[in-house]
Design a protein around this ligand. Structure first.
Ligand code: GLN
Length: 280
């Protein structure tokens, strides 16, 4: 009896959750046959040629071993854009889209003409989603990782946003000159405390630890960013940062310590306190 290697059989026999198996098999069909995802249904009796079959088996086993889907297919959707991702950058999270929406409200208040700073940009997600949604905005995005910046720059080029987003290497404000000032400063810094068990679970095991944790109590980067913001923010300027579900009151206090007003706590879609914003 011959083994059934049709798409239908590959999906049916896979031990992965069906939605994950479909994403990975659709990726193989796109890459090797330039077929759309709908071919999973419309051509479900098709068999893969050996190179494509090998790739499917490789992706399937790596996923079973825990590698994040986004790294396996190299792409993640975020806000209204698609980003290339690789193991050198944090995989953009849906909850971070909240920070983009908070910033867009402020940019609208400024009639679109805003000078924006994104600290610790990773794949470029926040800066590029904003540049895409706010065509007059000018952005600077920093990261201490040259590997992350290479991916972020590639994303800017692919999205044709490289003329409005400038990337700089350095730790938090180190990449800036002291005379540079912004209307809006944003950051999704590493905020997971070093002993949090989540760091050794799921996708997080494969992501750069320096993008996830401060190797301390989880608050140190948030404190550095907020306590150091004054010289870089225009009078009346706006700051918003993402934080962990139980860090809201500490972050509010950091903002009070620098004398900011209009301090607001924002909830993510899961109902967790996820961001704090304030005004100079
Ligand atoms: N939100 C991410 C998570 O909990 C953490 C990213 C970060 O530390 N900024 O998985």
């Amino acid at each position: 009896m011959s083994v059934d290697l049709s798409l239908r059989a590959l999906l049916g026999d896979s031990s992965l959750p069906q939605n994950e198996a479909r994403i990975l098999l659709a990726f193989v069909l796109e890459k090797h046959y330039q077929l759309p995802r709908s071919a999973l249904l419309s051509r479900d009796d098709m068999t893969l040629h050996p190179a494509a079959l090998d790739e499917w088996l490789d992706l399937e086993s790596r996923r079973i071993a825990g590698e994040p889907i986004a790294y396996l297919v190299g792409i993640k959707g975020f806000h209204a854009i698609e980003l290339q991702v690789a193991p050198g950058v944090l995989i953009p999270r849906p909850e971070t889209e909240l920070l983009v929406d908070i910033a867009l409200e402020e940019i609208e208040r400024l009639h679109g003409n805003a000078h924006i700073l994104d600290l610790g940009t990773g794949s470029g997600s926040i800066a590029l989603a904003l540049a895409h949604a706010a065509p007059q905005a000018l952005l600077i995005a920093t990261d201490q990782s040259t590997e992350a910046l290479a991916i972020a720059k590639l994303n800017a080029q692919k999205l044709k946003l490289a003329d409005r987003v400038q990337f700089r290497q350095g730790d938090w404000y180190e990449a800036l000159d002291t005379h540079e000032q912004f209307d809006v400063i944003l950051s999704n810094p590493p905020y997971i405390r070093s002993l949090d068990p989540h760091l050794s679970q799921g996708d997080l095991r494969f992501e750069p630890s320096s993008a996830l944790t401060d190797f301390g109590n989880g608050l140190s980067c948030l404190e550095i960013i907020i306590s150091g913001v004054d010289p870089y923010l225009k009078a009346g300027g706006f700051i918003a940062v993402e934080h962990g579900f139980d860090q809201s009151s500490a972050v509010v206090q950091f903002m009070k310590n620098v004398g900011f007003k209009d301090i607001q706590v924002h909830l993510d879609l899961a109902g967790h306190k996820r961001s704090v914003s304030g005004r100079k």
